[in-house]
Unconditional design. Structure first.
Length: 165
């Protein structure tokens, strides 16, 4: 009896929607450029350069050089075990499950803080152009705009997010 009910339920079930790989190389490059530039490049770096002077560009070059080797090492780790999906998998496998758990949640928290920092930066830009606009109105408008763009398809949001930054 259970098998018959299961078969009937399977026959009446709607067809599953499958994921498709519709992003072109151009879309992936726009995601990378939009993520690399970001609002922090203009607001954070501009303020840092105005305070520290042009020598900060040399420091950025040193840090970029070191990050290049960190990313190469992560690539080697990724290729050493094809079961790895993210760097929290590295930590889980090499340091233990507690490290993977901590790394994953710390990464999530960093992106929440980064998202809110972007909202604050965009609100500051809006205050520059519209001085009479309240902070909370600009922040709410930015959050609604970003939520709408992120609920759209990836192809649509790629074009908008790389243009917003």
């Amino acid at each position: 009896m259970v098998d018959q009910v299961k078969v009937v339920a399977d026959d009446q079930a709607p067809a599953e929607q499958s994921l498709r790989r519709n992003l072109t190389n151009r879309h992936i490059q726009l995601i990378a450029i939009g993520g690399a530039i970001g609002t922090g490049l203009f607001m954070g770096s501009g303020k840092t350069i105005s305070l520290a002077g042009p020598s900060i560009i040399f420091v950025y070059m040193i840090i970029g050089f070191m990050l290049f080797f960190v990313m190469r090492a992560m690539g080697e780790l990724l290729l050493s075990n094809l079961e790895y999906k993210s760097f929290s998998d590295f930590a889980s496998d090499l340091l233990g499950p507690w490290a993977g758990y901590f790394t994953g949640w710390t990464y999530w928290f960093c992106w929440v803080v980064t998202g809110m920092a972007d909202v604050v930066a965009i609100t500051a830009y809006a205050q520059f152009w519209f001085p009479d606009l309240s902070d909370w109105v600009a922040s709410l408008a930015v959050i609604v705009l970003l939520l709408t763009l992120n609920l759209a398809t990836v192809k649509c949001s790629v074009r908008w997010s790389s243009g917003l930054r």
